[in-house]
Ligand binder design. Sequence first.
Ligand code: KG4
Ligand code: ZN
Length: 340
Amino acid sequence: MLVLGVETTCDETAAAVVERLPDGSARILSNIVRSQTEEHAPYGGVVPEIAARAHVELLDGLIARAMTESGVGFQQLSGVAAAAGPGLIGGVIVGLTTAKAIALVHGTPLIAVNHLEAHALTPRLTSRLEFPYCLFLASGGHTQIVAVLGVGDYVRLGTTVDDAMGEAFDKVAKMLGLPYPGGPQVERAAASGDATRFNFPRPMLGRPDANFSLSGLKTAVRNEAARIDPLEPRDISDLCAGFQAAVLEATADRLGVGLRLFQERFGMPRALVAAGGVAANQAIRASLEGIAARARTTLIIPPPALCTDNGAMIAWAGAERLATGLTDSLETPPRARWLL
Ligand code: KG4
Ligand code: ZN
């Protein structure tokens, strides 16, 4: 089964061809990602209109390259998958419409993939992981704990009630004058900082649900930073270290509850899986190891290139859906919001 996948929901334009073998294993035949970070950096965040225009300019060329590199012809494709949401609607329209055109011209089945579902199924692309497992997804747009029970069968156990985790990192970076995207910058600054100098709140700590809240913590960092004038590199490091320590503690607490809820409802998860750009953070990865060990499960973090947005995860989710007989009509709408 050969599937072309297209990703355009945020600021990565991506196309990939993935093969799913009859035994459920996978081969990535091509996986091309063009990040638009440079286009958005001057604005300190993703500008939807700029993103949509960049997708229009880049996508055709990326698909052509992905097809050539894979050695697969359009006629050989078993399916064309596009992320139909959730995301910035201009970009979603570009990707989904392009996939529809390919499906129409070549008579290939279309698979409209939920971007979050693609993150959820990615570990099965890289390892032989069986259902059910627990997903912790933390990116610039999403922060969720999801029970992944089967293809198309997901239960959301927790979510952020305000900012996404990556978004909080980006906003903290911005208020401290660090460049975009802020996550890696905050992590770097935190490494040499004193996490005990500021006593930031640990939002939602001890609550019985598995939800996150990050905007209060972000505001606390802003308030502390506003009291320091001038803001020296030492202060920035200490603020970042304090912020990251609070995020780590909140994550451990929230995921601890999430894993407990998982076990109560669905039994032992086969693994705790982390995905999204925030999973690139070394301190968070180390803390996830401890969280998984305490819940007596194993931690799986797909390689960084598959943790962040890419085409292979869309192609793979398309292949998994196609294998269970799920396809979509050419009338399928693009969706800015789409709960799992
Ligand atoms: O999954 P991703 O590449 O794109 C989407 O948001 O869909 O995630 C990007 C987010 C950004 O907010 C970025 O700041 C954050 O992930 N991020 C990090 C780190 N690397 C990327 N956050 C904390 N620490 C990092 N090392
Ligand atoms: Zn994503």
